[in-house]
Design a protein around this ligand. Structure first.
Ligand code: SAM
Length: 321
């Protein structure tokens, strides 16, 4: 097992099936680039071979499909149902939810138990302005279908000053009423946000988020798994919400995430563009693979930031959010 000086090791693998997305969220991707896949995206079997190699040598216990938009990828059905048949502690996905009604059959037939759905607003107009694609009604329909089938849902919201801060309480109420855990993600200074002043203008931190919530509810901090990225709060008798406070209270020192992008690059940290190209492994003779994999995992672990999330020029859509 590869462990670093902070005691960190990899337990969670995020697999980006494609970097194409049907949305162009203002904080993630400049408009016009949404459907752009990465150069040299791998075929399903190639990507799966890398996943298996990482799982077998990296101590991976949980798998999450992401992207881009994972449900947009023709690889999804095959790889998701295959992963669900294996012995992971958890298999899940992060999606914008737009294709859930279309994909409900395969999701449910494969035995989906948990899902993260990104939703920044319940207002159709601001939905259009932020997501710049899709429609709110279909996402809500998808949420209903999964709820009816007892799938555990977490909703991810990125609150932004002047954009959707007025949606913090409506989204929280929506989630509490439905037994859904809402996760507020502090805006990350990534990709195109690193140039210009959008990040500075829109960043809305944990204190402010809690300030809004405190106007309506009493809450107290509650338990979270040790390598959870979210700080969790309980509203007695109502439910739980979380804040992924990458800026206000970074979680880097207990991060166990590893990412493989749709073009076969291994990333040890969301906040570091450095990566290890796994594609040559696809052609490496079997006997030489363990050494290369060890090198890859060691390098990825060294790429983790020590204590704080500084952000990178890389875009979530490519690295796999
Ligand atoms: N398309 C899928 C979705 O929308 O959930 C998966 C990929 S998306 C990149 C994964 C998550 O990254 C979403 O919850 C999105 O809100 C978040 N995200 C992307 N860019 C971000 C940024 N700059 N700051 C905070 N969260 C970001």
């Amino acid at each position: 097992m590869i462990v670093d000086s902070y005691g960190r090791r990899f337990r969670n693998l995020r697999v980006s099936l494609t970097s194409a997305c049907n949305y162009a969220c203002t904080y993630c991707v400049p408009d016009g680039k949404r459907l752009q896949p990465a150069k040299e995206e791998l075929e399903a079997e190639e990507l799966w071979m890398l996943v298996e190699l990482l799982v077998n040598s990296g101590g991976i216990e949980k798998l999450r499909f992401t992207g881009g938009e994972p449900l947009l990828s023709p690889k999804f059905d095959l790889l998701f149902s295959r992963a669900m048949e294996l012995d992971f502690l958890d298999v899940s996905l992060t999606t914008n939810g737009q294709f859930i009604p279309k994909k409900a059959e395969i999701l449910l037939k494969s035995g989906l138990k948990r899902i993260n759905i990104s939703l920044d607003t319940l207002d159709p107009e601001s939905f259009k302005e932020i997501a710049r694609g899709g429609d709110l009604k279909t996402v809500l329909e998808g949420i209903n279908i999964l709820k009816e089938n007892q799938v555990e849902i977490k909703i991810n919201m990125v609150p932004m000053l002047g954009k959707n801060e007025n949606q913090i309480l409506p989204l929280l109420d929506f989630c509490l009423e439905r037994g859904i855990e809402l996760r507020f993600i502090e805006l990350m200074n990534m990709g195109h946000l690193r140039s210009g002043n959008q990040y500075l203008l829109e960043f809305l931190g944990m204190d402010k988020i809690l300030g809004y919530i405190g106007e309506r509810y009493e809450y107290s901090r509650t338990n979270a798994p040790y390598d959870s990225t979210a700080i969790r709060y309980e509203i007695p008798g109502k439910g739980v919400f979380g804040i992924i406070a990458n800026n206000s209270e970074p979680f880097c020192s207990s991060c166990t995430r590893l990412r493989v992008s749709s073009n076969g690059l291994l990333y040890g940290c969301l906040s570091n563009a450095a990566n290890f190209d796994l594609k040559p492994l696809l052609k490496t003779p079997e006997m030489d693979r363990p050494k290369r994999l060890k090198d890859a995992l060691n390098t990825a672990l060294k790429h983790k930031q020590d204590v704080s999330f500084t952000g990178e020029v890389t875009v979530m859509k490519f690295i796999g959010g």
